[in-house]
Design a protein around this ligand. Structure first.
Ligand code: 13P
Ligand code: ZN
Length: 273
């Protein structure tokens, strides 16, 4: 058994929260993180004897019985690593909602984006057996870009791919883009999950971004890459002398790195198959 605050997953999550806060992407309580525990990882925790039970409608079938480490609603990302027992907890997903089985001291509860996390995990597990993590934050430049770029997601993906050579290799499925929506409800969870059936990144216009991955590092790396491209876009879109990476060059990259770009974004008819 490992003390809650000493567990590898909990520590890594606290470190990531602090890193993201330092990058300016998690002001105050902006952002939330969740991680699907394996049976082995779960067995290392001491669980509460009297779990608190919460009702939620519409729990997806494939999430029932899953154990999730998740950040608390209202937790200050700068301080998560110093208050892990209060700001992080483990929930067990049930048919009717969830039970808090560790952490969330002082009556804390999971993020208000719980629907988004549950529905997003469900969607990704359906298409990727290695899926484990959802990370949401308010990355600055990607949020800024939703004010100056059209919000059609194929055009948005094409722009990002054209900015940094690595982008199409790191996220060949492109990004999903949602219009502005009220956050925290089932509706935004459903719309987000629908996008995650075909890509790993969803941009919430005028709000932020969320990514999925096989590890905390994997999901965070996607945010770093997308935001770096968005930062360059914001610094250059109104003063460009060149038009960036061409379709032909993107095809060359895909062939060299053996990735398949999402259909309908670039002209791929010349690609070797
Ligand atoms: P929580 O504090 O409830 O996690 O909400 C933060 C947030 O970013 C909502 O989108
Ligand atoms: Zn948010």
């Amino acid at each position: 058994m490992t003390a809650f605050v000493e567990h590898k997953v909990i520590k890594e999550l606290g470190d990531l929260a602090y890193t993201m806060w330092k990058m300016g992407w998690d002001e105050k309580n902006g952002g939330n993180i969740s991680y699907l525990l394996s049976a082995d990882e779960l067995s290392e925790f001491i669980l509460d004897e009297n779990p608190r039970t919460f009702v939620l409608n519409g729990i997806p079938e494939n999430m029932i019985g899953k154990y999730i480490v998740i950040t608390a609603s209202g937790s200050n990302f700068r301080l998560i690593k110093d208050f892990l027992e209060e700001t992080v907890g483990i929930i067990k997903v049930t048919e009717k909602g969830y039970e808090i089985i560790a952490g969330f001291q002082q009556d804390n509860k999971p993020t208000s984006e719980i629907y988004m996390h549950l529905l997003s995990h469900s969607a990704r597990l359906d298409v990727d057996a290695n899926h484990r993590v959802i990370v949401h934050n308010h990355a600055t430049e990607i949020s800024a870009m939703t004010f100056v770029h059209e919000l059609e997601e194929k055009a948005f993906s094409r722009t990002l791919w054209g900015i940094i050579t690595e982008c199409i290799v790191v996220f060949p499925d492109g990004v999903g883009v949602l219009p502005w929506m009220v956050c925290g409800n089932e509706e935004i969870g459903k719309c987000t999950a629908e996008k995650l059936t075909y890509c790993r990144i969803v941009i919430w216009s005028h709000h932020g971004i969320l990514t999925s991955g096989s590890s905390l590092n994997d999901a965070f790396g996607l945010i770093e890459t997308v935001n770096k491209a968005a930062k360059i876009y914001m610094q250059t879109f109104d003063k460009r002398m060149t038009s960036g990476i061409t379709d032909e060059e993107l095809v060359e990259l895909c062939e060299f790195f053996e990735v398949t770009p999402r259909e309908g974004i670039i002209e791929t008819s010349t690609m070797e198959r």
